[in-house]
Design a protein. Sequence first.
Length: 479
Amino acid sequence: MTADRHGHVLTDTGPEARDHYERALDDLLFFRPAVEERVRAVLAAAPRSPMGHALAVHLGVLATEERAVEAARATFTAFRAEPASDRLTARERRHLAAAEAGLDGDFRTAARILGEIGIAHPRDELALFAGHHFDFLTGDAPRLRDRIGGALDAWDEDDPHYGPLLGMYAFGLEENGHYEHAEQTGLAALERQPHDVWGIHGVVHTYEMRGRFTDGIRFLDARTDAWAGHTLLTGHNWWHYALFSLERGETGRVLDIYDSALHDVAADGGALELVNAAALLWRLHLAGDDQSTRWAALADAWEQRGDGPHYAFNDAHAVMAYVGAGRLDRAELLVRDRERWLAGTPAGPVPANRAMTADVGLPVCRALIAYGRKDYAGATDLLLPVRYRLHEFGGSHAQRDAVQRTLVEAALAAGRHDLARTLLSERSRLRPVCPYNWSAKARLEERLGAPERAAAARQRAAAQAAGAGLEDHRNENRR
């Protein structure tokens, strides 16, 4: 019988497999692609290792890749076909139950079980990491924060993985609006482990939400060696860099990043890569920037995947690509497929994605199609009822903002000026440093026949894009 470095028993896992398991956890926390090979090494050395199989399943499910899930399911099903050892600990049995729930698409049950493990075993790194990411997939911001916060006191601050835990906590803090605390926590994580790409990601989100675009670029530039190499999060952090550049009006830089880091037309892109690409091009689309060649290549990539109803958040970004490429028939086909799937889902326990699709995913997809058809009133009416529920189909505030901006643009184009004014008032009060908010306000004021107010808003947008907005806002607060 072996145990991990925190003393958790590893049944049917010999010393060699245990060492591979420990290295796999390290790779997982730092988003190294080597984690996949390391997990295979665990199972090659110990084919009956319950924790090796749980790790393999969590890795497959959290990728939001239908193909990865099916591959993990095949291996796990073969493992479960043989009777489980009666020597399995309660912790290991819970991990296997969480893995089964994840494979069934029951993300919330998986998250709950992993939370129970975290309470009983607060230094179980797999339970904390997987639970944190299930919270992200289901848009459960309080648990995204508190799952990690509730475990930190059980950890020695000198532990080499205390830093990555702080990185996870920083992201949870940010998604709950604790931006200053999140930034400081993320920086503390990076003092311990400079290559913690999730910690870097957490700090970057705080800059995004506070309009610190120039600071965000400087922060990423100063740490290029830490995040821009070959990690599972490299493309997503480049996406954040592109968002900062977009707010600064540097469209050329945005497109350079898109071509070099976000969508490789010659590669078989993963779901996260294609989501990043669609979310960026959609922002350009809303600004009236025609990127037809890039849209066509991206739509081709989504079509080649042929994804079924697996994760509604991905579906919405596939529809963005189809609409951007002018393939409205293909977008409609995806919607009809998801409608048939919902109609055929039996009563009783259902995958989390069913509720995500029915309650948020399909309304968003239909709204995107309406926007593509220039039915701006229809798009507005579809998005209004779900705008406070978008978190329910996952993603971060920064990612979901593409949908929120679609509502603003639809309301403006539909002549719903009272609604547009309300939406922009909400946005500018919550995020006073955001060039997009002020440029949209300028367009609204022009339509309302207020040229002086439009000019003032346009001037403010330009100043913020140039990096002056944050300091001006601080000075206003001081006055």
